[in-house]
Design a protein around this ligand. Structure first.
Ligand code: MG
Length: 452
């Protein structure tokens, strides 16, 4: 009998038991704390997965995960670039609240403030073992910015983006692979990162005994410069970019089978998403040393790309699976954001969100279970520090530049109003047809800016 079935046969009313690998097995009143696996791709677009309509890239493991759980089609990150998107994911708050609205560079002196309470820190309070594997990008200049000072017991990965080395970025700082607080590899072999991160994740999962765990795996791929291990090269129909995505899909498959093999799948919430849209609009500096135009992904039918506030910059694939809790086979257009994961996970793990600060996310577990509409009906879109757009229900108003004082009124672009139910592609500006909605949303933007 496998461990999972054995535990089921224990039934309710047994005394607290502790079994290898299962996490906190409960006494009669206290439900077992779920394990959390949060998989986060870098610059993967809305259209890059088979289950999101990519015509040639094959992602059978992620597609199956969607079949076994929920696939969200209106899931947003809080910013269209790496650092602010990650800050929001791990704090449940818009990036301006932690002062991390801009992408950190190798020379950056700032990082995540100690006053922020990260998701990992909240889960430590609940008795979780925590591990981060992959791209951090929330500060590296001081020890207090590192993952191990922000709630993670252990860490393996790159502290910032994989392109932040010559010739793409002018810097003297070496890009190094870190283990906990020490550099262990330089130069970094980027071709095997996805594979090595996966092996590290499997080791971590295998090593879990009595406590619940939180595994955060922010892949470096498919951020430029893309690369993958020899066994994946030339295997997809979609060139090197397809190979890189299919390697990530392989990685997800490995992690899901490790959970299954260890009897953990029923007690584990697995989430897969991306930090921002594809870098279709990359600057010319990126087109060196082997990078090609087709080394970036697709926003599918959505307009825009990384670093802008059209849908393609901030709406990303999002698949979540929790057998027995999330009804399988769902596809949902309910709105949700990466900031929602903070309260959702903390609550599911028995904790409470900090009450001494604004938390912008909402608990979406009832929505994921198919029991309630999403509590999230609004999103503010930022490009760096600039508030550019708001979505409220089906309406989105994009007022790029309008809230700035240094832009002359005659230089401002036309306000853009989109009905995202009818026109998620943002092709038809209906601002003139709906002046009342435009005005209401303009007021919302002004009010939110005032509150900042
Ligand atoms: Mg990114």
């Amino acid at each position: 009998m496998d461990r999972r079935k054995f535990i089921k046969t224990l039934g309710v009313g047994t005394a607290a038991v502790s079994l290898p690998g299962f996490g906190c097995v409960s006494s009669q009143n206290e439900p077992a704390k779920p394990n959390i696996v949060l998989l986060f791709a870098d610059d993967m677009g809305y259209g890059d997965l088979g289950s999101y309509g990519h015509p040639t890239i094959k992602t059978p493991n992620l597609d199956q995960m969607a079949q076994d759980g929920i696939r969200l089609t209106s899931f947003y990150v809080a910013a269209p670039s790496c650092t602010p998107s990650r800050a929001a994911l791990l704090t449940g708050r818009y990036p301006f609240r932690s002062g991390l609205s801009n992408v950190l560079l190798p020379e950056s002196e700032n990082g995540i403030p100690q006053t922020e309470v990260t998701l990992a820190e909240k889960l430590k309070e609940q008795g979780y073992n925590t591990m981060a594997i992959g791209k951090w990008h929330l500060g590296h200049a001081k020890p207090e910015y590192l993952p191990t000072a922000n709630g993670f017991d252990n860490y393996l990965g790159l502290l910032y983006s994989n392109d932040m080395i010559p010739p793409w970025v002018e810097t003297d700082k070496p890009l190094e692979l870190y283990r906990d607080t020490e550099p262990v590899e330089h130069p970094v072999d980027q071709s095997t990162l996805t594979k090595r991160y996966t092996e590290e994740a499997l080791k971590f999962i295998e090593s879990q005994k009595d406590d619940p765990f939180f595994l955060y795996l922010p892949y470096n791929m498919p951020h430029l410069p893309i690369n993958t291990a020899a066994e994946f090269k030339g295997k997809s129909m979609a060139g090197l970019y397809g190979d890189v995505i299919e390697a990530i899909d392989w990685s997800v498959g490995q992690i899901l089978s490790a959970l299954d093999k260890n009897g953990l799948d029923e007690n584990t919430l697995v989430i897969f998403t991306s930090d921002n849209g594809p870098w279709i609009n990359m600057p010319d500096r990126m087109l060196q040393a082997g990078n090609e135009r087709w080394h970036v992904g697709s926003a599918g039918p959505l307009r825009g790309a990384k670093a802008n506030t059209y849908e393609g910059g901030m709406r990303v694939p999002a698949i979540m699976r929790w057998p027995g809790k999330i009804t399988p086979g769902q596809t949902s257009a309910e709105m949700a954001t990466a900031m929602d994961l903070y309260p959702t996970i903390i609550k599911a793990c028995g904790g409470a969100v900090p009450d001494d600060r604004v938390i912008d996310g909402n608990d979406i577990l009832p929505m994921l279970k198919g029991q309630a509409p999403s509590p999230t009906t609004e999103l503010y879109y930022f490009r760096r520090e600039e508030l550019e757009a708001v979505r409220s229900g089906k309406w989105k108003l994009r007022l790029s530049g309008h809230l700035r004082t240094d832009v002359k009124p005659e230089d401002l672009p036309t306000p853009e109003l989109f009905d995202l139910h009818v026109d998620p592609f943002e092709r038809n500006n209906v601002a003139e047809r709906h002046p009342d909605v435009t005005e209401q949303l303009r007021e919302k933007l002004h009010q939110f800016r005032k509150s900042m």
